[in-house]
Design a protein around this ligand. Sequence first.
Ligand code: PMV
Length: 333
Amino acid sequence: MIATAVAHPNIALVKYWGKRDALANLPATGSLSMTLDAFPTTTTVALDTGLAVDSVHLNGTESQGEQRARVTRFLDRVRLLAGSDLSARVESVNTVPTAAGLASSAAGFAALAGAAAAAYGLTLDDRALTRLARRGSGSAARSIIGGFAVWHAGDTDEASFAEPVEGPPLAMVIATVDAQRKSVPSRAAMIRTALTSPYYPAWVTSTEQSLDAALEAMAAHDFDRIGRIAETNALRMHALTLASDPPIRYLTASTMTVLERVEQLRADGVSAWTTIDAGSNPVVLCRPESISDVCAALEGTAQLVVAHPGPGMRVLQTKRIDEADARPIKGRQ
Ligand code: PMV
């Protein structure tokens, strides 16, 4: 079987940072996000009886080492669920600057979950797909869902899933100040912060409170409150990483410039708020009618991309590989 799926990154309004169980990838807290209509990742999984081990290509380049091992570990999970021992050929094309703190792994593992489940013949509902995607990358659970998604922390595999939530019209202006790979990958950084940052317990408590407040604000379509909660939560996450030993600093002078411009915009009467993932690139939240004000205020600081709520993961096609299909795939090895 061969299956292709597409998924988009999501940006968290209330962040996931820290695990309660690294093996099952259960988070310490729940989180809330918006799936974007920008930067899709398209992934094809083809089962191949001629392969002894999985082969993985990312943007046309063969993956090796930890990158390939991570995909294989994920496929092992799918094979376990499907009762299959077939290796697969995985080809993934993403359009987001990889590892720049713009959640490329979320779109990547959401698309892989959809394509792999279809190729291995698993019939999973959305909730089960979010739990599967979570195994690859926590934030990928939320990219299965379109628009706004809450990922419930849960204390078991079954209870840790994402589902849609309603919210107000909201746009995001992604300000890429730096498209380089982030200094410390989020997985390693989460471990270091949990072990060494004295603020970690306070982060867990305050994030639980922020999530409850943000879900209330979403239901009330209270944009200002959502923005304020999102900005505070993101800065708390960065305070947490800065306080670990050795410190993890994702923020740069360019990030701070964007934060200052957005503060000034608020002082000028435009409700706009900043969030920042594990990287230096800020994302500005605003009402759709304020997009041009935000872009004008950020002029010259960064490369800007405007995003709106986007679709959840979609399986584009699943088909049986016949001889004619199989040849070109093998020919590219
Ligand atoms: O899913 P991971 O392991 O790449 O972690 C994502 C962490 C943040 O992007 C910083 C926050 C989040 O909730 O997306």
